[in-house]
Design a protein around this ligand. Structure first.
Ligand SMILES: Cc1cc2nc3c(=O)[nH]c(=O)nc-3n(C[C@H](O)[C@H](O)[C@H](O)COP(=O)(O)O)c2cc1C
Length: 298
């Protein structure tokens, strides 16, 4: 049987679904979860069936059955020493489970974001464009998740002369501190057909990356448009968002929302969801019969 659901974009969930179902079944019992906890916190490495049965207050056959189930899903391993069998917790299996669980939650969150867009903006996709620069891929990841949620277009700008780690922290930092516009490709970004712009940058020396300074300058057809800006950073965004806001204002673009995302925010996805909500809120809704359907204003 072909397990592929043919989703676009592919989440990879179909491939892991049977294994996840087995893992959930193995974990779906309070005593088995307690066994995992006991083995994970055991420092002696000498817990056997009878010890576990005693601690849990269950019969030895019941404990043995639980261990067999956990072993078959790889959460527990055993070793024999003479007549005794000792059990251990398999850390690698739990790490793999967590990785797959995160993938599953990520795919579900993407669907929830999409549902939010459908409900709030009354559209399945927004006529918006995410213009971004990314040096190590973090900002690109956020831009791609916005695209997955909102169905909008992406424009990734690249510096004509790439940065090495050394030049990023020397020339790049100098350029960002001075507000320099690095030469970029594409060198002209026509946004005239979009209803909303989203601009994303990593923070470089508490300021927007030089490539994004150039991207703002390269916008054409942006006057009178609305934008949402975001930056990714390690907890010190500095002046990045206010600077981006004023650079866009000088191009006639009104910034409706500005969001800073740290690595922790990205792991928890809360700030990212907030960003998507801000994008949907900022999106100008169609005016029906002279009335804005979101605000009720005429
Ligand atoms: C040259 C350089 C300067 C940086 N300066 C800052 C900074 O001032 N504050 C901060 O919080 N993070 C700083 N960072 C970290 C990045 O902003 C952060 O890792 C970002 O998420 C990377 O995004 P990217 O993968 O899209 O390039 C700097 C990174 C680089 C490469």
């Amino acid at each position: 049987m072909d397990d592929c659901n043919g989703c676009d974009p592919c989440t990879g969930l179909c491939k892991i679904a049977p294994e996840m179902a087995g893992a959930f079944k193995a974990l779906g019992d309070a005593n088995r979860l307690r066994i995992i906890h006991l083995l994970a916190t055991d420092t002696t490495g000498t817990l056997g069936v009878s010890d576990l049965a005693d601690i849990l207050g269950i019969s030895q056959p019941a404990a043995s059955q639980h261990l067999k189930t956990l072993k078959s899903e790889g959460f527990v391993t055993s070793r024999r020493e003479g007549f005794r069998v000792y059990f251990s917790f398999n850390r690698d299996r739990v790490l793999k489970f967590r990785e797959h669980f995160d993938l599953m939650c990520g795919a579900v969150m993407d669907r929830c974001d999409r549902e939010l867009v459908r409900k709030t903006a009354q559209k399945t996709s927004l006529n918006a464009c995410v213009v971004f620069y990314s040096y190590t891929g973090v900002t690109r990841g956020v831009a791609e998740r916005i695209r997955n949620a909102c169905g909008c277009d992406l424009v990734e700008v690249k510096t004509v002369t790439g940065y090495s780690t050394f030049t990023a922290y020397t020339t790049g930092v100098l350029h960002s501190r001075r507000g320099v516009c690095d030469p970029i490709l594409p060198d002209r970004i026509d946004v005239s057909r979009y209803d909303l712009l989203v601009i994303g940058t990593p923070v470089w020396a508490w300021k927007p990356a030089p490539a994004i300074n150039a991207a703002v300058r390269a916008l054409s057809g942006c006057e009178g448009k609305r934008a949402v800006v975001f930056c990714t950073n390690c907890g010190q965004p500095g002046e990045t968002l206010p600077l981006l806001r004023s650079a866009l204002a000088s191009r006639g673009v009104e910034v409706a929302a500005a969001v800073s995302l740290t690595q922790e925010d990205l792991a928890a996805r809360t700030a990212e969801n907030d960003l998507i909500e801000r994008i949907v809120e900022a999106y100008p809704l169609p005016v029906e019969d002279g009335q804005n359907t979101k605000t009720g204003l005429t």
